[in-house]
Design a protein around this ligand. Structure first.
Ligand SMILES: *[C@@H]1O[C@H](CO)[C@@H](O)[C@H](O)[C@H]1NC(C)=O
Ligand SMILES: *[C@@H]1O[C@H](CO)[C@@H](O)[C@H](O)[C@H]1NC(C)=O
Ligand SMILES: *[C@@H]1O[C@H](CO)[C@@H](O)[C@H](O)[C@H]1NC(C)=O
Length: 165
């Protein structure tokens, strides 16, 4: 996921309330569903797709659907065809499913660090500044995948307490 660039993802962040200067870290709600638009690059190829992220930490389950899973970084048996794709996590195991191929593969699991993401997924996020993202007031963060500031990702969240209202 680290090489996939999410655009226009505005997660429902019910705890992202503005404080005086630095907002609270981008904690996820335990349960949410969010549609997204995504632009991915793989070598000199670029694909655009839409999808939905289903997250239920209470249930320890997660599902990610994409209209095109061509550039999936996990199982990698479909670099050529633009096929629909699901990534499903349950019982601490992550699977990749291509319905049009009726093909499924076990990807990875808890021992590899690929179970359901913890709502406290961020590691010492660094708040950069308040910005305007496609007309939406937002906060911009740098979030690290590993300790000691390894694997930096830019993360933009809406500053609305209830962004879908
Ligand atoms: C894209 O990359 C592939 C593999 O490296 C190469 O064969 C192809 O010529 C490249 N296409 C373009 C348009 O640059
Ligand atoms: C999330 O999981 C909990 C516990 O299993 C369940 O009660 C709840 O209905 C689930 N929520 C959604 C939206 O699926
Ligand atoms: C999650 O939800 C599924 C389907 O509703 C249920 O079978 C399962 O027991 C739940 N798991 C947990 C950990 O709540």
């Amino acid at each position: 996921m680290n090489k996939v660039f999410f655009l226009a993802i505005l997660f429902v962040l019910q705890f992202a309330i503005a404080s005086d200067s630095t907002p609270f870290p981008p904690l996820w709600p335990n349960v949410f569903v969010q549609d997204f638009v995504e632009i991915s690059t793989f070598g000199n190829l670029t694909t655009r797709d839409v999808g939905t992220y289903y997250y239920n930490y209470t249930n320890n389950t997660q599902c990610l659907s994409r209209s095109n899973g061509q550039f999936d970084l996990f199982c990698g048996f479909n670099k050529i065809e633009p096929l629909a794709y699901y990534q499903v996590v349950f019982e601490d195991k992550r699977y990749i499913y291509f319905p049009e191929l009726n093909d499924c593969c076990y990807c990875c699991g808890l021992d590899d660090g690929y179970a359901v993401l913890n709502p406290y997924w961020f590691i010492n996020p660094q708040f950069l500044r308040a910005i305007n993202c496609y007309g939406v007031p937002a906060y911009k963060w740098v979030v690290y995948e590993k300790p000691n500031q390894q694997g930096p990702n830019q993360y933009i969240e809406t500053n609305q307490e209830n962004p879908l209202d």
